[in-house]
Design a protein around this ligand. Structure first.
Ligand code: ATP
Ligand code: MG
Length: 571
C-alpha cells in the first residue's frame, strides 16, 4: 500500500474528549472517527487491526470446534419476552418499532436468537455437543459510553454459545472455550489474567473474565501473592475474621457534635475507624429497605449484598428515604432500636466493644457488642482489600491491580433453554433441557487494550499480530531518483515475500514522516535515505524495542520476513 494512495489522516493533537491513551492514539493514528457518542467509523488503518483480531479469534474458535454463523442485529421482542429479558434488561437494551408497530430490539447479546435456532433444528442428543459463534455488531445503550472503542454503544463482539445434554458435557465445552481464550490473548501478544467473575444479570453459576492488565482499566482485580487465585473485586471472597473474646461493656451514649462521617467520629473519639461500625440503608429493586452493617474502614460490595438479599439490584437510599424509614438523621444511624431488617458483614463477628450511631443527632454509642441488637444474617458483604488473606491458600495475601475485561466465559445452565423450551431427546427418548454456555470477546476493546499496554510518549506499538501493517518503508527524499528506486525495489521485494507493507512515498519533510511513523507504530520500519544508500545500506528499526540495524538493500526484505514469521510464531 502506498501512503499517497491511502487514507491515513494522522492528528498532531489529542482530541479533547479522549481521556485514555488508546482512545487518543486511535484517533491520532487515523484508525477511528467518532460519528455519535459511543458510535465510531473504522477507518481503513483501524479496520486492518480489527480484522486481524477477528481472524485470530476465528481461527481459535474453529480449532476448538465452534462453528461460525451470523445472526441479525434486529431481534424481535417476542423472543426476548419468552426468555423474560424484555422486562429485565433495562435501558441498555435499545428498543424500537417497525412500520407495523411490531416491537424489536438491537441485540446486545444473542442467547434468545441462538436458542431459537437450536430448538428448531436440533432434536436428538446425537447432534450434540454444538457450539455456534458469530463475529457481529452489538448495540448496548451504555449509560456512559467512553474511552473510544473500549466502551462503545455499537461495537463488534465475538459471541459463542454451547449446547450440551448434561452438566458434564457443558463443563467440557466451557473448558474448551477457556483454553481457546487463553490461546487467543496469547497470540495477540497481551499480558492478561483469567479471573473468577460474578455472572451478573445474564445468570448462570460459573464464569471467568479475561483481563488485560492496564492502569486505565475500569475493573479492579484481586490476585493472591501465594497461589493462582484471581478474581474480579466484585466477586473476590473474603474470609471470615478470627473469633474475638468479647470485652463485656455497656452501650454508653456519648456526644459527637457535628460528627457524621466515619472519619469525623473516629477523629473525635480518638478511636481507629476499624472500631466503628457504619450503618447503611439500601433499597432493593423490590422496594424493601434493609439496614446493612459494615466495619468502619470497609466498603460495601453491592453485588455480594444483592446475592444475599436475593435481588438483582440494590441502591443506597437517599437522605429523604433514610429519614422516612428509620426516623433517624443521616450520619447518626445505628443498629440499636433499628426497625428495619439488619444484615451485617461477617467482619463484625470479629469485633467487640465498638462504636455505632445512636439514631439521634450528635450522638453515638460506645461499648457496643453483638448481643446488644438483633442481626438477621451475617455474610460476606464487603469489598476485598489489599492484604486480605487468600481464601484458597495458607499465607497468601491479596494484591489488587487494574485490568480491562476483554473476554468473558459463562456457564448458563438451563436458564434460557427452560424459559424457551429448547429440549432434545436423550438416549431414553426423554426430553431434556439443553445445558448452555456463552462466551464473548470484545474485538475493538481488545485492540484498544493492546494499545493501552503497548505505547510510549511518541505513539503506539501494537504487537505485530494485531498491527495494521507489519512493515513500513519510509523514503526520506522521494525526489531523489536513486533513493526512490531503492525504496521501490525493497517495497516490491517485501510484497513478493508476502509481507504487509506500507510505503511512505509522501513528499513531506522527514521530521513529519518519522513522527507519523512513531505515532502509528508499524512494528518494522525501513528507512531509505541518500546517506546510507551511498554504502548500499538502509536502516531497519524495530518500533517496540528501538533496536536499530543497518542492512544492505538486497538483504533487508528477507530479514524483515524472518522477523515477521518469528513474531507470528512466538505468540
Ligand atoms: P462490562 O462489564 O465492561 O460492561 P459486560 O460484562 O457487560 O462488560 P459481556 O456482556 O460479558 O460484557 O460482553 C462480552 C465482551 O464484550 C466483554 O468482555 C467486552 O470485551 C465486550 N464489551 C462489552 N461491552 C462493551 C462495550 N460497551 N464496548 C465494547 N466492548 C464491550
Ligand atoms: Mg456491560
Amino acid at each position: 500500500m502506498r501512503y499517497t494512495q491511502y487514507l491515513l489522516p494522522t492528528l498532531k493533537e489529542n482530541p479533547a474528549d479522549a481521556e485514555v491513551i488508546s482512545h487518543q492514539l486511535m484517533m491520532r493514528a487515523g484508525m477511528i472517527r467518532k460519528v455519535a457518542a459511543g458510535i465510531y467509523s473504522y477507518l481503513p488503518f483501524g479496520l486492518r487491526s480489527i480484522r486481524k483480531m477477528e481472524q485470530i479469534v476465528r481461527e481459535e474458535m474453529d480449532r476448538a470446534g465452534a462453528i461460525e454463523c451470523l445472526m441479525p442485529m434486529a431481534n424481535p421482542a417476542e423472543l426476548w419476552q419468552e426468555s423474560g429479558r424484555w422486562e429485565k434488561y433495562g435501558k441498555e437494551l435499545l428498543r424500537f418499532k417497525d412500520r407495523k408497530e411490531t416491537e424489536f430490539c438491537m441485540g446486545p447479546t444473542h442467547e434468545e436468537v441462538v436458542t431459537d435456532i437450536i430448538r428448531n433444528t436440533v432434536k436428538s442428543y446425537k447432534q450434540l455437543p454444538l457450539n455456534l459463534y458469530q463475529i457481529q455488531t452489538k448495540f448496548r445503550d451504555e449509560i456512559r459510553p467512553r474511552f473510544g472503542l473500549m466502551r462503545g454503544r455499537e461495537f463488534i463482539m465475538k459471541d459463542a454459545y454451547s449446547f450440551d445434554l448434561d452438566d458434564e458435557g457443558a463443563a467440557a465445552s466451557y473448558q474448551k472455550m477457556y483454553q481457546a481464550y487463553r490461546n487467543i490473548f496469547q497470540r495477540c501478544g497481551l499480558k492478561f489474567r483469567s479471573v473468577e467473575a460474578d455472572s451478573g444479570a445474564i445468570g448462570g453459576s460459573s464464569s471467568h473474565e479475561f483481563m488485560v492488565l492496564a492502569e486505565s482499566g475500569e475493573d479492579a482485580i484481586v490476585s493472591c501473592s501465594g497461589c493462582e487465585y484471581a478474581a474480579n473485586v466484585e466477586k473476590a471472597e473474603v474470609l471470615p475474621p478470627q473469633a474475638v473474646e468479647v470485652v463485656n461493656g455497656e452501650p454508653t451514649k456519648v456526644e459527637t457534635p457535628e460528627c457524621r462521617s466515619i472519619e469525623e467520629v473516629a477523629e473525635f473519639l480518638q478511636r481507629p475507624s476499624a472500631q466503628l461500625v457504619k450503618t447503611l440503608i439500601v433499597e432493593t429493586d423490590q422496594g424493601a429497605c434493609v439496614a446493612v452493617l459494615l466495619r468502619g474502614d470497609h466498603e460495601l460490595n453491592e453485588i455480594k449484598l444483592s446475592h444475599v438479599l436475593g435481588c438483582d439490584q440494590i441502591a443506597l437510599a437517599d437522605d429523604d428515604l433514610v429519614r422516612k424509614v428509620t426516623g433517624a438523621p443521616v450520619g447518626y444511624l445505628g443498629p440499636l432500636g433499628m426497625k428495619l431488617k439488619v444484615v451485617a458483614d461477617q467482619a463484625l463477628q470479629g469485633m467487640s466493644n465498638f462504636v455505632v450511631g445512636a439514631n439521634q443527632v450528635d450522638s453515638h454509642f460506645t461499648g457496643v457488642n453483638l448481643g446488644d441488637f438483633k442481626v438477621e444474617q451475617f455474610a460476606d458483604l464487603r469489598q476485598a482489600i489489599v492484604g486480605d488473606p487468600c481464601p484458597r491458600c495458607a499465607g497468601g495475601k491479596f494484591e489488587i491491580w487494574r485490568g480491562i475485561e476483554v473476554g468473558h466465559v459463562f456457564n448458563l445452565g438451563t436458564k434460557y433453554s427452560e424459559a424457551m423450551n429448547a429440549t432434545v431427546l436423550d438416549d431414553q427418548g426423554k426430553a431434556r433441557a439443553l445445558v448452555m454456555g456463552c462466551y464473548g470477546i470484545g474485538i475493538g476493546r481488545t485492540v484498544a487494550a493492546a494499545i493501552e499496554q503497548n505505547h510510549d510518549e511518541n505513539g503506539m506499538f501494537l504487537p505485530l499480530p494485531l498491527a495494521p501493517f507489519q512493515a513500513l518503508v519510509l523514503i526520506i527524499n522521494p525526489k531523489d531518483d536513486t533513493v526512490r528506486e531503492a525504496a521501490e525495489a525493497i517495497y516490491q521485494a517485501l510484497l513478493d515475500l508476502g509481507v504487509e507493507v506500507l510505503l511512505d512515498d509522501r513528499d513531506e519533510r522527514p521530521g513529519i514522516k518519522f513522527k507519523d511513523a512513531d505515532l502509528v507504530g508499524i512494528p518494522l520500519r525501513i528507512t531509505v535515505g541518500a546517506r546510507s544508500l551511498k554504502e548500499g545500506n538502509v536502516e531497519l528499526k524495530q518500533r517496540a524495542s528501538g533496536e536499530l540495524q543497518m542492512l544492505s538493500v538486497d538483504a533487508v526484505a528477507q530479514r524483515v520476513r524472518q522477523l515477521v514469521s518469528a513474531a507470528l510464531a512466538a505468540e
